[in-house]
Design a protein around this ligand. Structure first.
Ligand SMILES: Cc1cc2nc3c(=O)[nH]c(=O)nc-3n(C[C@H](O)[C@H](O)[C@H](O)COP(=O)(O)OP(=O)(O)OC[C@H]3O[C@@H](n4cnc5c(N)ncnc54)[C@H](O)[C@@H]3O)c2cc1C
Length: 390
């Protein structure tokens, strides 16, 4: 039986483990997931904004998220263990992208691509926005793009746990340990070295180490352009309700969405103020200095908000082109990569997990062809640029 060792037991590693062991009629694998922290205190899968959208600027991301929403909608049945039907609390109020006059052209171009890929999305004028969302101030907005279905949010930690529990029920072993190296022989990885000096023998290794994936790649002499980029999320309460509020991406780049009876919001710092692997400390000063003022300009009811909490996590940012890197590197025959999702990995974990499992099992994709996000594009210096990175 082929032994697969997955480094990293977050959503990506756990989804891969699930898909590798899902079908008892197929070649069985002995799957071990090495996860150093079972509390997932720094894992992106536990610290994310847990949202899903179809509004991307590349076909491959649209297709991956389409599979994501289909999977999420029936997840309770699919990942059921005995009588325990997981519930990730999926809701689908949509994403609303707001564009200024300068951004209108790009929004229209993205819209054309999305429509060509059957995304359920509508362009709205400022007047139409005002009618639909009376609580929104449309000052400076030239056009909005609203997802009408297939977009919303869910509980990311429950998603990770649902995959993990189902994988375990299918025979996957989770080992709480820190991987510290790979035992390499020519073009093959033969084992994963753990911090206690033990080596787990392996026929196949999967790098699902999230923001720490470049370290794992380095053990095999491979340069992976993925770095941890800190992102802060703030939760706040507002005395007024905002009926029908979707996830709003403001012209300022700040995003917000409802979370239960409260709201959460976040921002992406400018590139020159976005260091690699910054400590996971919340950037509180950002909230007062520009997030709150921008929120209150867009939604006047937000003048009266109160911050109720905050956290920070890492985007596992692919510095090359802000998209996933999936599959083998040409220099190594059995080390698979599932990295670099750059802020959209949770919604893509079903597609990525299924794809990597297919590569391992069949040596090629069987359902959705994900070769567009293979390593080759990086080696050819041919970026697949995603313009909608929030
Ligand atoms: C603030 C924020 C908001 C986000 N919002 C969204 C969103 O709305 N929608 C969306 O789709 N995505 C979102 N994301 C991105 C999403 O969370 C990630 O793309 C996804 O969770 C990546 O999953 P992963 O399993 O690769 O990484 P992780 O969940 O980080 O898992 C990697 C695991 O590897 C383990 N590990 C690392 N190195 C080792 C080692 N040497 N030995 C053993 N274990 C190791 C870590 O402990 C960790 O548990 C957001 C992320 C953040 C931070």
């Amino acid at each position: 039986m082929r032994r697969v060792v997955i480094i990293g037991g977050g959503a990506i590693g756990s989804a891969t483990a699930y898909f590798l062991t899902r079908d008892p009629a197929q070649e069985p694998f002995e799957v071990t997931v090495v996860e150093r922290d079972f509390s997932y205190s720094q894992a992106s899968s536990a610290l994310s904004a847990s949202s899903i959208r179809q509004q991307f600027s590349t076909a491959i991301n649209i297709e991956m998220s389409r599979y994501g929403i289909d999977f999420f909608r029936s997840l309770g049945q699919t990942l059921r263990v005995g009588d325990d039907e997981p519930d990730i609390g999926l809701v689908e109020p949509g994403y609303l992208y707001l564009a200024s006059a300068a951004g209108e052209g790009v929004l229209r171009e993205n819209h054309a691509l999305q429509k060509a890929h059957a995304v359920d999305v509508a362009l709205l004028t400022p007047e139409e926005l005002k009618t639909r969302f009376p609580w929104l101030d449309t000052e400076g907005v030239a056009l909005g793009s609203l997802g009408l279905s297939g977009e919303g949010w869910y509980d990311g930690y429950s998603l990770l746990q649902a995959f993990r529990r189902k994988a375990v029920s299918q025979g996957v072993r989770y080992v709480q340990a820190r991987a510290t190296g790979l035992q390499c022989e020519g073009r093959l990885v033969r084992g994963v070295v753990l911090a206690d000096g033990q080596t787990l023998p392996a026929d196949v290794v999967v790098n699902a180490a999230g923001a720490w994936a470049a370290t794992v790649a380095r053990w095999a002499g491979i340069d992976l352009p993925v770095r941890g980029r800190r992102r802060s999320v703030f939760s706040f309460s507002c005395p007024d309700a905002l009926p029908g509020c979707p996830l709003v991406i403001d012209t300022s780049g700040i995003w917000l969405r409802p979370e239960g009876r409260q709201f959460i919001c976040g921002f992406a710092p400018p590139e020159d103020q976005d260091p690699d692997d910054a400590a996971l400390e919340v950037e509180y000063e950002a909230f007062d200095s520009f997030i709150w003022p921008a929120l209150a300009e867009r939604v006047p009811a937000f003048e009266a908000i109160r911050m109720t909490g905050a956290w920070a996590g890492y985007y596992e940012m692919n510095l090359f082109d802000h998209n996933a890197i999936l599959g083998l590197h040409p220099d190594c025959d059995n080390l698979y990569f599932a990295n670099g999702f750059s802020g959209h990995g949770l919604q893509q974990c079903p597609a990525a997990g299924r794809g990597v499992a297919e590569l391992i099992r069949f040596g090629g994709y069987r359902s959705l062809d994900l070769s567009a996000v293979g390593f080759e594009r990086i080696l050819r210096n041919a970026p697949l640029l995603e313009r909608n990175v929030i």
